[in-house]
Design a protein around this ligand. Structure first.
Ligand code: DAH
Length: 350
C-alpha cells in the first residue's frame, strides 16, 4: 500500500473496529509503517537523509489520519445516540381545548393573586365545622339570634357539627395555630339553607384577617380600597363604610361600593348609587382572647365577602343558580380559557 492508499482507507474506515485494524496494520508492532521506520536503521547515512523525512512524514500523516477519523466516527456515534434519545417536548396543544375554567375558580385565582401581592397567605379550614369554631369562638353564643339568621345545616349525630355557614371560623383556626403577625385570606365553600336567584345552598366566601400590633380602621380601609381597585381594575372605585353589627367585630362596618350607569348597564365605579359588597370590622377583643391571644397586645381587622357575588358584579351574570347547574352552554359563555392565568402585571381581569 502506498501513502495515498493507506490514507484513503483510513479516511473511509466504516467503524472504530476497522480503524483499529488499520492502525495495527500500519503503526502496530509489525505494521507496515513501523517496518519502514525500522528500516531506517539499516540504511547508510545518505539514503537515510533522503528517505528519512518521507518515512517520518508518513508516520505523522497516518497518526493524524487515524485520530481524525476516530474523532469523526465518535461524533457520528454520539449524534446517532442523541437522535434516538431525543424527547420532543414541543408537542402541539390540541387545536380546540375542551372545557374551561369556571368563573368562581377564575375569581378565586384573581383574589389570591391580589392578596398575595399584599403579603397575605392562603389559609384553609374544614367545611364540616364544629359549633365552637363556627359560632361560639366568634362571639356568637348559643342563644344569639345570629345563629338563627345563618340558616344553618346541622350534621346528624353529635349535634355539634354544622356545614360551616361562613369562612370566619378559619380566623379562629388560624389564630389558634399561628403566632401573630398574621395576614391571611381564607377562600372556600360555605353552606346555608337558602335558595333563590341570588342565594344557593352552597356558595363561596373569602375571609381576610390581619392580626398585629397597632392595627387600626385605617389599615382596613386602605386594604379594602386597594383590593377592590385591583379586582375591578378601575381607579374610580369609591368605598362607603357604614356602621353595622357583627358579633365578631367591634366596631363593625358594611362596605358599599359606588356604581354608575355605562351604556345602560350598572357597573362598579363612580358613585351614582351604592351596593353592599363586604362585611368587615376590627376583630372583637373577645374573639382574640378566645384564641388564646392577649387583646391588649394584639389587634386586627377582618372582612368577609361572597366570591360568587364578586364574580357576578365583575363579569355580568345575573342568576347565581346558573353557577352550579353544570350547563355546558353557560360554561362556554362565561368560562375562561386555561391560558387566562390572572397576574397582577397582566391585569388580573384575564
Ligand atoms: N361572616 C360574615 C357573613 O357570613 C361576613 C363577615 C363580616 C366576615 C364581617 C368578617 C367580618 O370577617 O369582619 O355574613
Amino acid at each position: 500500500m502506498n501513502r495515498d492508499e493507506i490514507l484513503s482507507r483510513i479516511a473511509a474506515a466504516p467503524d472504530l473496529g476497522a480503524l483499529e485494524s488499520l492502525r495495527v496494520e500500519t503503526l502496530g508492532k509489525s505494521g507496515s509503517v513501523t517496518a519502514l521506520l525500522k528500516s531506517l536503521g539499516q540504511m547508510d547515512a545518505d539514503t537515510r537523509t533522503r528517505e528519512g523525512p518521507a518515512i517520518h512524514g508518513l508516520r505523522e500523516a497516518v497518526t493524524n489520519g487515524i485520530a481524525e477519523r476516530k474523532a469523526a466516527l465518535e461524533n457520528a456515534e454520539l449524534d446517532r445516540r442523541l437522535a434516538t434519545e431525543r424527547l420532543d417536548l414541543s408537542l402541539p396543544a390540541p387545536s380546540s381545548p375542551k372545557g374551561s375554567i369556571h368563573p368562581v375558580s377564575q375569581v378565586l385565582d384573581e383574589l389570591t393573586e391580589i392578596f398575595a401581592d399584599l403579603g397575605f397567605a392562603v389559609a384553609e379550614g374544614p367545611e364540616i365545622e364544629d359549633d365552637w369554631h363556627n359560632f361560639t369562638a366568634l362571639n356568637i353564643p348559643e342563644t344569639h339570634p345570629a345563629r338563627a339568621m345563618h340558616d344553618t345545616f346541622y350534621v346528624e349525630g353529635d349535634g355539634h357539627h354544622v356545614l360551616r355557614t361562613h369562612t370566619s371560623p378559619v380566623q379562629i383556626r388560624t389564630m389558634q395555630t399561628q403566632k401573630p403577625p398574621i395576614r391571611i385570606i381564607a377562600p372556600g365553600r360555605v353552606y346555608r339553607s337558602d335558595s333563590d336567584a341570588t342565594h344557593t345552598p352552597m356558595f363561596h366566601q373569602i375571609e381576610g384577617l390581619v392580626i398585629d400590633r397597632g392595627i387600626t380602621l385605617g389599615h382596613l380601609k386602605w386594604t379594602l380600597e386597594t383590593f377592590l381597585k385591583a379586582f375591578f381594575e378601575r381607579d374610580d372605585i369609591v368605598l362607603r363604610m357604614r356602621p353595622s353589627y357583627f358579633p365578631f367585630t367591634e366596631p363593625s362596618a358594611e362596605v358599599d361600593v359606588g356604581w354608575s350607569m355605562e351604556k345602560g348597564r350598572r357597573v362598579v365605579g363612580g358613585s351614582e348609587g351604592w351596593m353592599e359588597v363586604l362585611g368587615s370590622g376590627m376583630v372583637h377583643p373577645k374573639v382574640i382572647a378566645n384564641c388564646g391571644l392577649d387583646p391588649n397586645e394584639w389587634q386586627g381587622f377582618a372582612f368577609g365577602t361572597g366570591v360568587d357575588r364578586l364574580a357576578m358584579l365583575k363579569y355580568g351574570m345575573d342568576d347565581l343558580r346558573a353557577f352550579f347547574d353544570g350547563d355546558l352552554r353557560w360554561m362556554k359563555h362565561y368560562g375562561f380559557r386555561f391560558f387566562d392565568v390572572p397576574t397582577l402585571s397582566g391585569g388580573v381581569g384575564a
